[in-house]
Design a protein around this ligand. Sequence first.
Ligand code: ZN
Length: 199
Amino acid sequence: MSMGVYIEPLARAVNALSKLPGVGGKSALRLAYHIIDMDPAQVRELCEAITAAKEEIHYCSVCGNFCQGGVCPVCADTRRDRSVICVVRDPRDVMSMERMHDFSGVYHVLHGTISPMNGIGPEDIRIRELLARLDGVREVIIATNPDVEGDATAMYIARLIKPLGIKVTRIAHGIPIGGDLEYIDEVTLSRAMAGRREM
Ligand code: ZN
């Protein structure tokens, strides 16, 4: 979309908004018009909330989940069973698992999956960090997505961990193929967890 007809601050806002996922030029323009009409206090709150989310949210030093401070709420909770680790691709998957309310172990967030096509190898995701926290662990549940990359990652991890005498399980495939954990309802996810199989 040509920005030539817009005054500079409007063109700048449209340009910034159009960098968000799913926001094309027309949607960006509509959002910009809406923001111009908004109450100044609301606009300030919107900007501050976005800035705070970016500045204050970090990754947990133990599991890699989102956190505010050094350790995430799951790792900080002394009632969680540290002998069971559920391995997921990203922090959004932790949110999905937590919505289910019936997993009492802890998590490990890989921040990606092995993908030779995209040049992502085992050393590019947090597998080393997982291996470093296996003391006293009796089960590692691999809950990466049931797609090619998720399966390859699960196999890779299982090959490393099983020889250590730790049980490695994979969540059941009651999940639509290629479906992201993020979009799975709690009942389906709960069943997938209950039906997990030893790898
Ligand atoms: Zn954590």
